[in-house]
Write a protein that binds this ligand. Structure first.
Ligand code: PMP
Length: 394
């Protein structure tokens, strides 16, 4: 039977990572593939208490519909938390979403007509590329160095392309590259967006997971005209299973997101929002984040050290100051998809980098996650991967 699907479905493919994750569920696989937080750090006991208190104190409200914008006490807590990245807003500037992934989908829904241009970093987050693709944009990739997008290249992209609707960036510990934008580039990005009248989608799930140095002000901090739309999430600082994130934007812009949210799902789960608000009230989330950072730093240091010791010559990788990923660049002639198959035969998994480039190419790259495997498995996994690499480079 061939049903008559919409044209947009031609653009939608299964996420390579989600497919790969199915294979890596096997317990014998050492997986550096997903972007999963460490489950042993989820505050299960604390959450039990919070869930019970919410039901005891506000049981009927918790099980009832709520406003599309979200549960006000949670939005107020988010306003407080955004001060950490030097963003000063009111609760009217916050919409609660089902993870920042929903904010990405909504961004494309709000801005993109078929053929419009999205400028993104090269590489960029696969989940965003897939979400945007449903709205049939054209992607223009801009190269990055260790400070973020190269500003001359960004200006060229803005000048040479018509109908650029937004610039999509992950300025802190980017997924997949692990890179972070400097202060100067953040400022420069906003100046260029002002000059060419485009929006900026700032996707920032990892900014608070900084193990070294100071937390940087968000791009939104430099926003003078209300054109930066900040997407936040509880997934990486708390638990992704809750599926709670937020959009922070100028009121007029936020209203578009609210309208779209009404059509998509009316609202995010009332009870989950109340539970998170309660958690933030009775526990110290900063303490929890400190715990995460300590474990992730240790794992990251160990992964980088073992890669330095074990990987053959000619392989480059980033050494991130936070977040969950490091990015590996192989000699040009090595194909990371083929390498991934060989690695999986040795029960090690990573994500080949090609699909992080919306216009293709760059098959000699891959992404490694260090948050989800314990220390012993990190060392063993890197050793196995090194032997696969040595064979490929022979
Ligand atoms: N943006 C980026 C850059 C991500 O890495 C992720 C999660 N992997 C998301 C958005 C989506 O996160 P969530 O929907 O869980 O908030």
């Amino acid at each position: 039977m061939a049903l008559n699907y919409a044209k947009r479905m031609n653009n939608i493919r299964a996420s390579e990572i989600r497919e790969l994750l199915k294979l890596t569920q096997r317990p014998e696989v050492i997986s550096f593939a997903g972007g999963l937080p460490a489950p042993e750090l989820f505050p299960v006991e604390e959450f039990k208490r919070v869930a019970e208190e919410v039901l005891d104190e506000k049981g009927t409200a918790a099980l009832q519909y709520g406003p599309t914008e979200g549960y006000l006490p949670l939005r107020e807590k988010i306003v407080e938390r955004m001060k950490k990245v030097k963003v000063d807003l009111e609760s009217d500037n916050i919409l609660i979403t089902n993870g920042s992934q929903q904010g990405l989908d909504f961004s494309a829904r709000i801005f993109i007509n078929p053929g419009d241009v999205i400028i993104c970093e090269s590489p960029s987050y696969l989940g965003a590329i897939n979400a945007f693709k449903a709205y049939e944009p054209r992607f223009v990739e801009v190269e990055t160095d260790d400070e973020g997008m190269i500003m001359e290249d960004l200006e060229k992209a803005l000048k040479e392309n018509e109908n650029v609707k937004f610039i999509y960036v992950i300025p802190d510990f980017q997924n997949p590259s692990g890179k972070t934008w400097s202060l100067e580039r953040r400022k420069g990005l906003v100046e260029l967006a002002n000059k060419y009248n485009v929006a900026i989608i700032e996707d920032n799930p990892y900014g608070e997971l900084r193990f070294e140095g100071e937390i940087l002000p968000a791009v939104k901090h430099f926003d003078t005209e209300g054109r930066v739309i900040f997407l936040g999430t509880f997934s990486k600082i708390f638990c992704p299973g809750l599926r709670l994130g937020w959009v922070a934007a100028d009121k007029e812009v936020l209203n578009k997101y609210v309208l779209v949210k009404q059509g998509a799902d009316l609202q995010s789960s009332t009870i989950s929002q109340m539970e998170v608000a309660k958690f933030l009230e009775v526990y110290d989330i900063e303490e929890h984040i400190e715990k995460l950072k300590k474990v992730y730093k240790k794992r990251k240091d160990l992964m980088i050290k073992t890669m330095e010791e074990e990987f053959p010559e000619g392989i480059k990788f980033t050494n991130p100051e936070g977040g969950l990923f490091t990015w590996v660049v192989l000699p040009k002639h090595i194909n990371a998809r083929k390498l991934a198959e060989k690695a999986l035969e040795k029960n090690v998994a990573f994500v080949p980098g090609g699909s992080f480039f919306p216009n293709g190419g760059n098959e000699n790259t891959f992404r490694m996650n260090y948050s989800n495997m314990d220390e012993e498995r990190i060392v063993e996994g890197i050793k196995r991967l090194a032997s696969v690499l040595k064979e490929a480079l022979q």
